[in-house]
Design a binder for this molecule. Structure first.
Ligand code: SF4
Length: 284
């Protein structure tokens, strides 16, 4: 199959562009009717803009905001947590300092890894990654920061929960609500477009990354992947039919909300979608 070529692409280094916006509430306010009509259940348009920027209100809660403006502003909202996330992902020193003090034997048992030659070895999508006591990660696969940061966050997280077999939306994970727009735009929407364009992609991902079919979901493809040992995610894709558009949802076992903070779950999914898009390019 594509294994030899895949190894060149797996976690290939590439920084994606950012869509930062310094004041999203002002951007939202500019687009509102500014008549303070109160139909959004808030006393003023300015209050609504602040609530929408912080994720407490949806843009759709203002009935006077048209669809085109909502779409444009969704990108603006997505830019704010991305800026915060980008800074966090780049600062890998924070994890390296924690790993120096980490008891590897204890951590291996907790996180579903093994100890080998003094290194903590964990499986990600069927590939091995070995962390040394200085916080360096060794593997045949090249790691981009979007994936390396969550991997180190997972290893150093003192909290841990085993897989439950249930599924949640990203917004229902702790910290997911305020990052849901960014998750939708950078992960679910992009992966849906890839799946729409390359109908065999999800099947190929299952084969390449030791994915499993999930049953009992109303979807044409329901695929479970394990980017970390105790971190299963479920991708459900429904093909377009007649005039109904396709849909794609990524669900998470509740343990994901304990085993990684939401910004790291987001980072991991952004990294995975980047990787999948390179694999999809091989389909052309
Ligand atoms: S419903 Fe829209 S126009 Fe009316 S107050 Fe709320 S934000 Fe302003």
């Amino acid at each position: 199959m594509k294994e030899p070529r895949l190894r060149l692409f797996l976690f290939f280094e590439n920084e994606s562009g950012m869509t930062a916006n310094p004041a999203p509430h002002l951007e939202i306010y500019r687009a509102l009717a500014k008549n303070n009509c109160g139909r959004c259940q808030l006393p003023s348009c300015l209050a609504f803009a602040a609530a929408a920027a912080s994720g407490q209100k949806n843009l759709a809660d203002c009935p006077l905001l048209d669809a085109a403006a909502r779409e444009r502003l969704a990108t603006c909202l997505a830019g704010r947590p991305e800026q915060e996330l980008y800074k966090f992902v780049k600062d890998l020193n924070q994890f390296e300092q924690q790993i120096v003090k980490l008891d590897f034997a204890q951590a291996a048992g907790r996180i579903g890894g093994i100890l080998r030659d003094g290194r903590l070895v964990i499986s990600s999508l069927g590939k091995e990654f070995a962390v040394d006591q200085q916080g360096q990660v060794h593997s045949d696969c090249h790691l981009i920061p979007w994936v390396k940061a969550p991997l180190l966050a997972y290893v150093t997280n003192p909290e841990h929960q085993n897989v439950t077999g249930h599924w949640l939306n990203f917004r229902d994970l702790p910290g997911g609500m305020e990052r849901r727009n960014l998750f939708a735009s950078r992960c679910e929407r992009l992966l849906k477009e890839l799946a729409d364009q390359h109908v065999d992609l999800l099947r190929d991902l299952a084969e390449l990354f030791q994915g499993e079919d999930a049953t009992g979901f109303a979807a044409d493809t329901a695929l479970i992947l394990r980017p970390l040992p105790h971190f299963p995610l479920l991708i459900c894709w429904q093909a377009p039919e007649d005039d109904i558009d396709s849909s794609l949802t990524i669900l998470f076992d509740p343990c994901c909300g304990v085993n990684l903070p939401a910004q790291m779950t987001l980072s991991l999914c952004i990294g995975l979608v980047q990787m999948f898009s390179r694999i999809a390019a091989l389909h052309n």
